[in-house]
Each structure stands twice: as C-alpha cells, then as structure tokens.
Design a binder for this molecule. Sequence first.
Ligand SMILES: Cc1ncc(COP(=O)(O)O)c(C=O)c1O
Length: 329
Amino acid sequence: MKKVDKMKTGFLDTPIHKLDNISKDLRCNIYIKRDDMTGYAFGGNKLRKLDYLIKDALDKGCDTLLTYGGPQTNHGRLTASVAARFGMKSIIIMDGQKPKEASGNIILDLMMNSDLYFTDNAEKKDSIREEVINKYESQGHKVYEIPVGGSSELGILGYFDAAEEINSQINTMDIDLDFIVCGYGSAGTYGGLLLGKKYFNNKYKVIGVSVSEKSEKQISNDIDYMNRAAVKYNMGIKLTRDDLWIEKGFVGKGYNIPDEETRKTIYYVAGKEAVILDPCYTGKAFRGMMNLIKEGKIVPNSNVLFIHTGGTPGIYVKEHLEEFQKELW
Ligand SMILES: Cc1ncc(COP(=O)(O)O)c(C=O)c1O
C-alpha cells in the first residue's frame, strides 16, 4: 500500500470501553470507540479525515480551507477548528437559507472565525462557489477545497487508519470482534473502515446505518468512490456490493429531522451509560444496532463495537432542543 503523509489534528488513539449496563440488557458484549473524544471543538470523526487533508492543503501552499455541508455540518465545525489551530482561514458554504437563529454548530463555527455562506437553493451552489473562491483569491488567499464530509479519496484514509488502530486495540484487550457499527452519511467513515477490514483480512462485519435516504444507485456510487481510493493508494483490494452491510430503516423522517425513536435511544444510552449520542447520526446508528440485536441478526453474546462518531453539538440545535425541552423539562 502507498504510504501517505498526514498530520495529527486530534487526540488519538481514542478510547474503547465496554457498555456494561447495556451489554447486560441486550445480552451482547457492546463496546464503544470514543471518536467523539478526538478533542478539539467537541471532537468527532472528521478530524481523522482532516489529518490527511490539512497536510495536503499545507503542502500545496494553501492558507484557506473551503468546505460544504448542511447548516449544522459537524465536518464544517471541525474544518474550522483545524483552520483556527493552523493559522488558516475557513469558509463553509451551507445548503439552504440562513437559519433565523444561530444554534449548535453554527455558533461554534463563528467562535472559530469561520466565514459562512448560504446557497438558498441548490441551483445557485456552483455560482456561489465560484464567487466565493474568486473573492478570497483576489484578496491573495489560496483556497483548498474539501468535499462534503471530507469524503475524498484522501480523506477516506483517516478511517482506513482507524481500522488499523481498532485492530491493535482489540488485540491488546483480547476481544474477538464480530461486528463494527457506525453511521453512514457521505460514506468516508464506513468506507475507510470497510477498506481496512478487507485489507487487514479481519473476520468482523462492518455495518453502516444510513442517516439519510440512500438509493441503490447512490450506494453503487459510494462503492465506486471507495474503490477509487483503493486503486489510488495501491491497496490491492476491490469492494463489491456483497461486502457492504447497510441498514436503511433508521433514517426516521429524514436527515437531521427530529425523531422520537432516536431521542428515546439517546435517553436510554445516557441513562444507562452516561454516554451522550447526537440526534442526527449516532442516535440513529445506535438505534439501528439495538434493532439488529433484538431481531437476532446480531446473535446473542456477539462482540460488537459501536463507533461514536461525535456530533454532540447537534443536541443544541434549536429544532432538537425544543423537542428535548418538551420531553425532559
Ligand atoms: C457525527 C457524525 N457521525 C457520522 C457521520 C457520517 O460520516 P460519513 O459522512 O463519513 O459517512 C457524520 C458526517 O457528517 C457525522 O458528522
């Protein structure tokens, strides 16, 4: 495999610990990998991808990071965190209209001096992108573009490395792992873990719980993306649809729309383990995992590792906070 240089943008290795109370309830051994504890700006999965992306940006002489996402993008927040620490500018172009109130990640983006732009409608995205790049480049900045979720071929290496980190940790902890479960969005986290599993020939299965509606066509595009990374970095492996296990039934009403079942999962995990999940990604993924256990698709006594990918500022997003207040206050 081709060696690629990276920087260290977070605190690694992240801990793995057992969820003792939930393991008893569900009659499986459930472990959690705390990628919500990667450190800066409330942490999360995107710092692993940014390890590679920031190195590439600096090598190319760029001083400005430009990325994209929904108004509550966790990836945008962590891009802003890296820019702040490395003395760079950050810009986030967000889908849709500027929300009336700043909450959750947006407040954190602004604290870290990120410049935010809103596209209003999808058709305007390309022209806004061009305008924004021209504006900053005419001021003498050199802009490095990062795709949604940091899920480029380079970014995926962050979770390929996480697979190696997990292998070494479970070895030390003497855990014979059967399943890894994580949220599935722009496919970089899941894709990196799956490429790592195949490359290192691990026996465990990697399950992705989709956080938004995904058609088979989109999944096929995601597989192409994972395989492009495999070719680019000489991994010597090729993924097919049969390698992927994607659970599509836990999206709720849609991407980042408050959802009662997901909140019940969040309350359950907080009350049993003092681990706080988020309403957009990890709450859904955990709910998906619990369901697979209840349905027997993950059989009793299995060793399961749940990846906590972060996203906890999502709790403080107005729409979610209103629902938490109704139910808890
Ligand atoms: C907290 C959190 N978990 C999971 C994901 C999904 O990761 P990926 O986009 O790499 O599939 C994201 C992506 O934004 C995220 O912010």
